[in-house]
Design a protein around this ligand. Sequence first.
Ligand code: CDP
Length: 221
Amino acid sequence: MNYHIAIDGPAGAGKSTIARRVARELSFIYVDTGAMYRTVALYLIRNHVDADDEQAVAAALPRINVSIAYENGEQQMFLNGENVSGQIRTEEVGNMASKAAALPCVREKLLDLQKELARTQSVVMDGRDIGTHILPDAQLKIYLTASVETRAMRRFLEQEQKGVSCSLPEIEEDIRRRDEQDMHRSIAPLIQAPDAVYLDSSDLTVDEVAEKIKALCRQGI
Ligand code: CDP
């Protein structure tokens, strides 16, 4: 039987690091759904489509082909056949993804792709609505969060490591704005599923969080 782990939580909570790690250690597939929204967002930015104009976005969607492939276990995102995995990682794309993700037509487009990936294999899937909408029957659901300050600091260090200069107050402001957008939208808002385990990673290392999730998984199997 396939085993599904859903990890939801706000921007910068460490979902992707944790989900990737847990997936590798359990030999599951890691599915990063945020990357799918980011891929749509990249198209919108490149083609100057205003994400506040729902009709314009809906009209553009048929021209956007989002596909996914795995190379050495790493998820690669393709936008109309072009590998855009590197280009979707900017704050600009993240902000556009958050806006676009509030539109029902965008969510609808990515829903099948997400469900299909879980249909035939064991996955660790991370996002905002995985436990609540995409995999409501997941055997294990985690709501992973951390304080705004911790999340901003993690993002700041991540960017610095990549050699991108940035300001901590700006990143913090960005995170607050994204939280507001993701938690208060009318469609698929970020909320903790009633049966999800709440994990605050503010004072935990990556190892500790990964171990906790694997222990919960073992209890469930
Ligand atoms: O890595 P980070 O948390 O910054 O963002 P992400 O997971 O790559 O997702 C980018 C944006 O896509 C988020 O701010 C959400 O608004 C949206 N998203 C969503 O609505 N539903 C998902 N399942 C995944 C992402």
